[in-house]
Ligand binder design. Sequence first.
Ligand code: ARG
Ligand code: GLU
Length: 716
Amino acid sequence: MRKLHIFTRALLILLLLNASVNLHADEGMWLPNLIQKLNIEDMQLKGLELSAEEIYSINNSSLKDAIVSFGGFCTGEVISSQGLILTNHHCGYGQIQKHSSVEKDYLKNGFWAMRHDQELANPGLTASFIVSITEVTDSVLSPGAKSRSGKDRQRIIESNIKRLEKEAVKDGHYEAQIKAFFHGSRYFLILKEVFKDVRLVGAPPESIGKFGGDTDNWVWPRHTGDFSLFRIYADKNNMPAEYSKDNIPYTPKHHLPISLKGVEENDFTMVFGFPGRTNEYLLSNEIDFIKNTLNPIRIHIRDEKMKVLQTNMQSSDAIRIKYSAKYARLSNYYKKWKGENMGLKRSRAIDKKQKEEADFKRWANDGAFADVYKNLEEYNALSHPYQLLLNISYEAGLGIDLIYFGFMLERFCQSYDLAELDKKKNEELKQRFLKRFKKMYKDFDLKTDKAVAEALLPILDKSLSEIKGSNVLYNGSIWADMDDYINKMYSKSFLTDSNNVFDFIQSYSKSKYKKSQKDIGMQSGVFIAKLIARSRLSYQPIQDSMEVYQGKYMLALIQKNKDRTYYPNANSTLRLAYGKVEPYFPKDGVFYHYQTHSSGILQKYSSGEKDYVIDERLEKLLKEKDFGDYEVNGKLPICFIASNHTTGGNSGSPVLNARGEFIGINFDRNWEGTMSDLNYDINICRNIAVDARYILFVIDKYAGATYLLDEMSLVR
Ligand code: ARG
Ligand code: GLU
């Protein structure tokens, strides 16, 4: 026993030593088309049993053919030969909410189609596959761009991009997009196949899909069954098509087998998906701004708004349903920013960056990169008042629905007048805005919104007047007598009645526009619209320069730190992260296991807190340990953590094992690691996934939708 101990300890020390050499081993979101070149050896060394070609191939079916961008904001994966896709409950939330009413409350009770014809259509929702990713840097930068700078360079790049995108789709039904990587020093062309008929198949009740609510959000240990099921439909030739009842379930090139074997500590894992945005290479003055200026005001504004919404949502079911998706969106990043600030502090991110920068300055000295640091630092500082102004205008100004309606209606009028002579375009505009406004008014409650205005307008007014340093003048408030203004706005503005707005759009004319400008609600909307437009205009050149110097800074880092492989920041393109199932120490003396079980659901339930309520059916199954095929040693696994580098947009991404089998669905990060978008730390950053076995348990034992299991390929 003792001997073994010494041996393990020696092994551990060896491993640790090795880890410090290879510190960034598990950090990174990698481009799948570069895996062969950059990562495959490392991945195989860590346990991967697949070839790079089996992960990403443009000739044969590969793992990537089972991954979709879900609606452009989340990830989904194909898990059956009949186009069944899995994503998070919180990703399908908007759709589930849209189909819900007080009578058919799918949020509260869940929804399960028991036959194909019960599946629910979701106009506007897409699922996009990636056909190929190709580097096109040389074609984008030449001819011409390489030798120029500033606006000239930008113009050439943009026109090259347009041309290349057009060429790429000229014979076929694919869509093409060229995206900048490494802050504009490399470009990749992404070909996509976009499916437009995506139907809701199943969703557990919120008490499962959102178990733990905001209390547990961004926190480990977790017990949430955060998943929902959709299905991709195609036309008779298996091609993308608009919704039609004649469409048939899509036959995918690849679907993920689902492993019931579960995970053990140190098992190799990878996450394939569409991470949205990270900023790992910022200077310390930018982190300082985010941590000490931007996050605190954003947190404050959301805090005030959420308090108001809470009170009103508790007052009626109708209001609760109207505001549930909006509230979830608000609270999610409210909490994220709080965690991020705590993590930045704890990881001493600013200190760490400053040390790196001192080192950088010494290295750059008077060489080719001598001016990079200073310029980037200066442009960062110049951008701060604009970033602040824009964030506050969006959060506090457009966070008030009535003002947002005014803002949007003004946008409609401007676009309409621009396209004045083009009848077809104008008709399209009308239809588009009508649809948008119908949706917005469906989730609008006048009394609630007035209370929001009472909370936010004073903050907006005060914060705007305090912003110094930008040449966007906030010359005085239009809300001098605030209470009076709000009372008038919510009793007199024509925006308070949706029918007025629908009429306005349908029979739009210039004279109507003139009249609308006297409306008190419109005035606030227009005021914010102008403020945003003016600051955007001044901010744009600063932002462009920031991007140029951030790119140069990255290039310099790559030259300087030759032993490190750099990955580009997330930009909503398909990426692969890899790591392993791994516990962590959240603080001194505390150790977090990598796996949770159903006993934890019952423990939380017994606390009596509102976020931990489950229904009778689940309670009975769990108490009687009626776990079916999904138990392990008398326990039902619920969630697990691993060290894969993920961010927002990775929600719904599959967590895969060494053989490329689905073992869980990614849905969150741990509290101590939420700063990973700015300062990734392998020791403490973890992604959180729902265990595949809990998902199957809910579909099979809880919902009785066993026919869905027959479609899947289960690995026992
Ligand atoms: N934090 C996760 C993400 O960023 C989950 C959010 C949904 N859950 C919630 N309780 N609001 O999307
Ligand atoms: N919940 C996040 C999302 O919606 C994923 C968690 C994260 O930000 O890492 O994408």
